[in-house]
Design a protein around this ligand. Structure first.
Ligand SMILES: NC(=O)c1ccc[n+]([C@@H]2O[C@H](COP(=O)([O-])OP(=O)(O)OC[C@H]3O[C@@H](n4cnc5c(N)ncnc54)[C@H](OP(=O)(O)O)[C@@H]3O)[C@@H](O)[C@H]2O)c1
Length: 302
């Protein structure tokens, strides 16, 4: 699979990342077996980068991944070194809030490592911006996590461009990624400066819920039936033209952007996990990219 090297690092990530948020399902034996099959399908399809968070499935998603990794080590002893394993922290519950305190972040990383059954995270991301964060304090926490060998590199998620700038100004090392919602419904990053900043600073944008608004409702979906119909008609036209499935075009639409967006594939269906790769081979035309945007908006660009 096509790969992308994160800025000034040895991390060579596949362009499609596998998202582990849904792999444990309801944590029943049947759901866990399904999740393991999905992970195996992703590995066999060549995905080398796996996205986690401390809160996914209340920790069960990381534990399931750790279980599978232990099994896979029997067949491939150096499997861990072949993978990029990312996790996130920063969201807490009761009350729901964001928390970048040193104690909380450090404990969260240590618990993720235990559940994943690994010694280090390749990347650790701050999940959602804590409005009360102090950049110098976070920089110190990152330094401690790096010095302890528990985390190799750092990034953020759901950060605005100014929040990225603020944090980056206190850090000795570059933030590698900003993981944000990007899909045909949520196109904020095209105009709010996020994708521009990524290109300028060499930060890789990672798109969560990449099929939101088409295969799956986007978070905070505001599409009307008429919006959905226009998009469906344009996708059907393009699917015939490009000889692919409509949802693969949705991924190609993201991949076309010059910021080198890396979509996270969150499906637990092996066929979809494999078929997503075909999006990488679509040579998406500039005019068709705008036709889909026009169908989404319901009006032509001014
Ligand atoms: N940083 C953040 O704040 C944040 C937030 C949310 C997610 N994430 C990350 O992003 C990853 C992906 O997010 P996601 O799982 O919401 O997005 P997704 O990949 O768009 O998948 C969402 C849902 O769509 C379904 N689906 C996928 N392909 C489909 C298709 N072709 N036709 C019909 N349904 C389809 C999947 O069902 P099936 O499983 O049945 O295929 C899945 O339930 C997560 O695993 C997580 O790692 C990060």
């Amino acid at each position: 699979m096509n790969k992308i090297q994160y800025k000034n690092t040895h991390l060579n990530s596949t362009r499609l990342i596998y998202g582990c948020m849904r792999i444990a399902g309801d944590n029943t034996p049947a759901d866990k077996a399904k999740g393991k099959l999905a992970l195996r399908a992703a590995l066999e399809a060549g995905y080398n980068h796996f996205d986690h968070a401390d809160i996914y499935g209340g920790g069960h998603c990381e534990s399931l991944f750790g279980e599978l990794l232990t099994e896979l080590k029997q067949e491939t002893p150096d499997i861990r070194e072949q993978l990029i394993i990312t996790s996130k922290a920063g969201i807490r519950f009761e009350p729901q809030r964001y928390d970048f305190s040193t104690d909380y972040l450090t404990t969260s990383v240590e618990n993720s490592l235990k559940r994943l059954n690994i010694d280090y995270l390749d990347m650790f991301l701050l999940h959602r911006p804590d409005y009360l964060f102090n950049a110098e304090d976070v920089a110190q926490t990152f330094q401690q996590l790096k010095a302890s060998g528990k985390v190799k590199y750092f990034g953020v998620s759901n950060f605005s461009p100014s929040q990225v700038s603020l944090l980056q100004s206190a850090l000795a090392e570059p933030l590698l990624v900003n993981q944000i919602e990007i899909n045909i419904h949520n196109i904020d990053s095209l105009t709010n400066g996020s994708l521009d900043q990524c290109q300028q600073l060499g930060i890789t944008p990672i798109a969560w819920c990449p099929l939101g608004g088409v295969a799956y409702p986007a978070w905070g979906n505001t599409f009307s039936t008429a919006d959905e119909q226009r998009i469906e008609i344009e996708l059907a036209r393009q699917a015939e033209l490009y000889n692919c499935l409509p949802w693969q075009l949705i991924l190609a639409w993201l991949l076309k952007h010059p910021a080198n967006i890396c979509p996270i594939i969150g499906s637990t269906t092996p066929e979809r996990i494999i078929a997503a790769k075909q999006a990488l081979a679509i040579e998406y035309n500039h005019a068709d990219w705008y036709r889909l945007l026009e169908a989404r908006n319901g009006y032509a660009q001014p």
